[in-house]
Structure formats: C-alpha cells, structure tokens
Ligand binder design. Structure first.
Ligand SMILES: NC(=O)c1ccc[n+]([C@@H]2O[C@H](COP(=O)([O-])OP(=O)(O)OC[C@H]3O[C@@H](n4cnc5c(N)ncnc54)[C@H](OP(=O)(O)O)[C@@H]3O)[C@@H](O)[C@H]2O)c1
Length: 246
C-alpha cells in the first residue's frame, strides 16, 4: 500500500474516477463528502475491486470551523496522508448570482474559500512530513472571465492562483501540487447545459490526473487541447473580447 489519498467531494463523477485511478495504483482511500450512504456504497465497491483500504467521512466545504477536527479525524483513521484531491465544486447559476448574494457566496465558498480552508491544514501537515501531493481541480473557466459564468470562473481562477503559490511554497519541502484545469466533462454538473463541445468522460479525466501526479506535473489541462484553446481565448484583445457573447 502506497499510503492514503483523501478525496474531498468524493461523490463527484470526476472524483469517483480519480479515486478509482489511485486505488488501481495501490493507494488506500479516504472518501469524504456530504452523503454518507453514497460514500459507504462507493467505498465498498472500490475496496472489493482494488483490494485497498477505503474509509469514509462527512465534511461540508462551507463549515470552516469544523475543518481542523475533520482533518484530525482523517489522519487518526488513515495515518498521515500520501495525497489529497480537492474535487468538490459548484457551478451555480450566473444569472441568479447577479441578483442573489446567497448564490454568489455559495459559488465562491464551494469553489474557493472551502478549498483554501482545507488545503491550508493539509499543506502544513505535508510540509512538516516532507512528503505528499496535493491535487486541486480548478477549471478552464478560471483562465478568462466570461459573462456566462464569471462568478464561478473567478472562484476557480483564484483557486488556481492559490495552488500556484502553494506549489512555490511547498516545492522545497518535497510536496507536489498539481493544478487541474478540465474543459467540458460529462458529469452531473454539466448535464443538460447548452453549448457543450469536445466533452470528455470522467474516467479519462481521472486517469489523466493520477498519471500527472505520477509524472510530477504542475498544471494539467484535460483533455490536453484545452491548453491551446485557452491560449487563443486569453490572447483575444479585451476591446474585441468584451463584445463577444461567451
Ligand atoms: N464537469 C465539468 O465539465 C467540469 C469542468 C471543469 C471543472 N470541473 C470541476 O471538477 C470538479 C468535479 O466536478 P464534477 O463535474 O464531477 O461535479 P459534480 O458531479 O457536480 O460534483 C460536485 C461535487 O461537489 C460536492 N459539493 C458541492 N458543495 C459541497 C459542499 N458545500 N461541501 C462538500 N461537497 C460539496 C458535491 O457533493 P454533493 O453530492 O453532496 O452535492 C459533489 O460531490 C468540480 O470542482 C468542478 O468545478 C468540472
């Protein structure tokens, strides 16, 4: 056994696939989420399929005050972590967020503040141990603000910047930080959304994430071609971009 990977937001489709990819490589798992029954079902399935230990626990990304005790509970159950994956997130509705502060706050907290609260705790432990890896699932939406999802995009963009700083801080301690920027992935989050193209499967994304960790990558656009799509999008001059309906 290679140690335990904590999966935060384990019931997400991408998280499930990532958990399976790590389990198939011999890592134990700690699946954390809000729906304990679902977590227990997933844990039983992964443990049988891959013959690795799988523990579960409840957390809420927005319950900041409970995060220190939650991380203690994880380490008590599974030992110091080999890795942590932040997979939880919330797309929300941009058109609602414009008028509804609660929706705006939910988008920011579920994509950014909650992740920072939990990763601060994990990062300090890994830095002290001098080993471990951190995976943060950001988004291509964080590379440029667009009218259709700029609240979500700004939270993901802030998260990517946080991960970049964390990578810079933790590199001397031997702790690796991977920023994942998926394009469109076929999950509950994107189900029924208009304008989707080049949609990837969660399984493909999960496998790429585990492989990128093995290879010590810093930033992963997944599928790979999104790096070039975003390169073009980020280079469109603002005076033109602001007139586009994106
Ligand atoms: N799908 C895409 O096209 C796409 C593209 C780019 C980036 N991403 C990112 O990839 C990650 C996984 O996305 P997905 O598409 O697999 O999403 P998903 O299936 O909609 O899952 C979202 C996950 O976030 C969890 N979550 C939401 N609020 C939470 C909270 N307050 N506390 C704890 N957990 C919470 C949900 O838990 P519950 O089941 O309890 O609600 C669920 O497990 C997300 O960060 C997403 O932003 C997705």
């Amino acid at each position: 056994m290679k140690g335990t990977v904590l999966i935060l937001g384990a019931s997400s489709a991408i998280a499930r696939a990532t958990a399976a990819a790590f389990a198939s490589r011999g890592y134990g798992l700690y699946l954390a989420g809000r729906d304990e029954e679902e977590l227990a079902r997933d844990a039983a399935d992964l443990a049988i399929r891959h013959q690795v230990p799988v523990a579960t626990g409840r957390f809420d990304a927005e319950a900041f005050a409970q995060h220190p005790a939650f991380i203690e509970q994880v380490v008590e159950a599974s030992g110091e972590l080999a890795g942590v994956v932040v997979a939880f997130g919330y797309l929300g509705e941009q058109s609602r967020a414009v008028h509804d502060w609660d929706e705006t706050l939910a988008i920011i907290q579920r994509n950014y503040t909650g992740a920072v609260s939990l990763l601060n705790l994990c990062a300090n432990r890994m830095e002290q141990a001098g080993t471990g890896f951190i995976v943060g699932i950001a988004s291509v939406a964080g590379d440029r603000g667009r009218q259709s999802n700029y609240t979500y995009g700004s939270a993901k963009g802030a998260f990517a910047l946080y991960l970049q700083g964390l990578r810079n801080r933790l590199a001397p301690a031997g702790v690796r930080v991977l920023t994942v920027k998926p394009g469109f992935v076929d999950t509950g989050m994107t189900f029924g959304l208009p304008g989707m193209f080049l949609v990837a499967s969660p399984r493909y994304v999960g496998e790429r994430i585990a492989r990128a960790v093995e290879r010590g990558r810093d930033v992963l656009y997944v599928p790979w071609f999104w790096r070039y799509i975003m390169l073009i999008i980020t280079h469109i001059p603002e005076r033109i971009f602001k007139r586009l309906k994106l």
